[in-house]
Each structure stands twice: as C-alpha cells, then as structure tokens.
Write a protein that binds this ligand. Sequence first.
Ligand SMILES: [Zn+2]
Length: 399
Amino acid sequence: MILRDAQVLDGTGERFEDATLQFDPESGRVDAVGDADPRGDEPAYDLGGKTVVPGLVDAHVHFSLSGEASVDEVASMSDAELALVEARNARTTLEAGVTGVRAMGARDLDVLVRDRIERGDIAGPRTVANCRSITITGGHGHHLGREVDGPTECRKAVREQVKRGAQFIKFMATGGVTTPGTDPDAPAFTDAEMDALVDEAHRRGVHVATHAHGARGARAAIRAGVDTVEHGTFLDEATVDLLVAEDVTLVPTLSAPYNIVANADHATDESLRKTDDVYERHIESFRRAVEAGVDVAGGTDAGTPFNYHGANATEVSFMAEYAMAPMDAIVAMTGRSAEVIGLADAGTLEPGSHADFLVLDEDPLDDVAALGDPRTVVKGGEVVAGDEFGPGGVGERGE
Ligand SMILES: [Zn+2]
C-alpha cells in the first residue's frame, strides 16, 4: 500500500516533505519512505499533506494499574482479574496510538499479556515485558514486587524473573511516591546488592531499569551499571554528569507527578505531600539533564494515580514544553525509546521496520499535542483504530 503527499517523520529525526510511505499489509513491514515504486495494482492513497509518524513507544507503563488514587484495590485483585484489567489497558494504549511499550511488571502477568498480544489473542502494543520489580523488604512497590535482602537473594530474584520470561530487570533504588512508608529521597539497596542485581541481569542478557527519585540512589545505581534511570526526580549536577559519562538513558516520566498535583483533591495525603514537594524539582532535574546532553527516552508511568492509559502522548508535550525541541521530543518517544528498551524494528519508519504508524491531521512540529489525537493508528500494516484508508476515511484513492 502506498500513502502519498504526506509529511513523514521517520522517528530518527528526519523529516520528508511531500513524501510517500510504502508498506506491505501482508508482511506488516515498511518497504520505502520518501519515494516509492508501486507494485502492479498496489492501492495508493493521497493524504493531502497530513503527517505520518511512527506509533509512539512508551518506555514506562504499568498495565496492572489504572490510575487509581491508591494501589490497595489492585493489590487485593486475583491474578485472573488483574489479567483482564491488563488486557483492557493494553488495548486502550494501542488504540490511542502507542504501538510499543515497556511494561514495568506486576506479579508475573505482563509477560503473559505480551505473549498473548504477539499471538493475536488480545489487542495491544508490541510489549517488552518484565515480571516483578525487585525491591528491598518493605520497599517501594513491594505489594506487587519481589522482596529481597542481600546480594545472594538479588541474584536469585534476577534468575527467577529471567526464567519466567522477563526481558529486563527493574529494581527500586529508592523509595517511592505511591508506597506508604518509603522515602523517595533515600537509597534502598546497598551497593553490594545493586552490583549483584546488575551483574546478574547483564550475565543473563537482559537490560536493567532502576526506579530512582533521590540523587544518591540514582548515582549508586548508575555506578552499579544500570541501563536506564526511571523518574530521576532529584538529579543534581554530579548525577547528571554521571548519566552522561556512563551513557545511561533517563526516562523522566513527567506525566506522573503532574497528574498527582493536578488531582490534588483526590490524591491520598501521603502521595500528595510527597509529590508537591518534588514536582518543581523534577522539572528542574529534567531540564538540567537535557541541557547536559543526557540521553532521554519518553515514558509516562501510565497507570499511576490519575495518569491514565491512552493519554501517553501528553508526555511528549511535557518534554517539549520543559526542555526539548518538538522533533527531539518526538524522537525520544518513538525511535529512541524503542532502541533503548530493545524493541527491534520498531519506533522508526525505514525500509524493513514494522509498519506501525499514525496519521495526524495536524502537524506535530507545530504542536506535539497532535500526537494525542491520531486520525488513524496502524500496527503491523493493519488499521487498529481510527479511520480506514479510502472513501469515507482518510486519504483519496489515487492512481
Ligand atoms: Zn513506574
């Protein structure tokens, strides 16, 4: 199939004007970008200057959570109930234009959801999945995580996750906003524990993400060799320099504190007290990181309080509003995020990549908010949400 007369942003930072996207609905892959040679009677549609961008790739979502004010009701769900909730959240995410995610784990369900999406049993984005986040006893996320103490248990927990199909390891380097009794600013693990976690994960060929708010915890995790730092709420200059020096990617999740502050009336007292204190500093940290040249991948933390699945594109708006050029913010949540989370052939529109893309009526380089309102969502060469191509839908049938 050929889409003509489009502005194509390819997810690497390149922009093609008055361009063509050619893809094969059978293989689900992109054939050509820019110019194309039609094959025989291949259908062609004229997009009249609309923009085509890769589907968003969200580097940090929680399918197990649905924006509840508190995690209590989720923690009490059976696995069966939670699996149904996850399937619904996966579909909502895809239909909003997110064709790839890294699912940050809950019990051992995300790997099942990933596999069922791959088999075509349920609708959802391409998913890089984890099992349980690893945390100290009583630490952040312990209600759905794997509690460990000591380097030996750290190694064992990593091996367990990999055995169950985890494609990465997430551990909680500091306390968190949503877990009562934990301190976001305080390091959780000892250095020896973090060394064991990262070493074991890398020996098993999986990457490592760490949840870190406070700078001391973040620095310790970076020194231990993690691949991505999630949130990075209180990054001072020393920590930012270390991120650059060690080539570690920051996933800022700016949507998470924003939504708690914006819903102050409904947030729990504890999460509000923790967030109010941190929101401004979080934005400052993000600016400092971007200015220093830290590599950034877009991730929303969707599922956390009032941070709803399907609103993922808002993260691009925050990144653009606070520190990044629109094109850079778009790349951070398409090509760059796909690469960082290890989602092969996704996040870019290049020959051979998955035909995962959005058709936008408005130009996202004028206002990245256009990403939140796609006219059509295509995954693997198939329209999965919005208008079909052709009469009554998007694009004029051409020659
Ligand atoms: Zn998270």
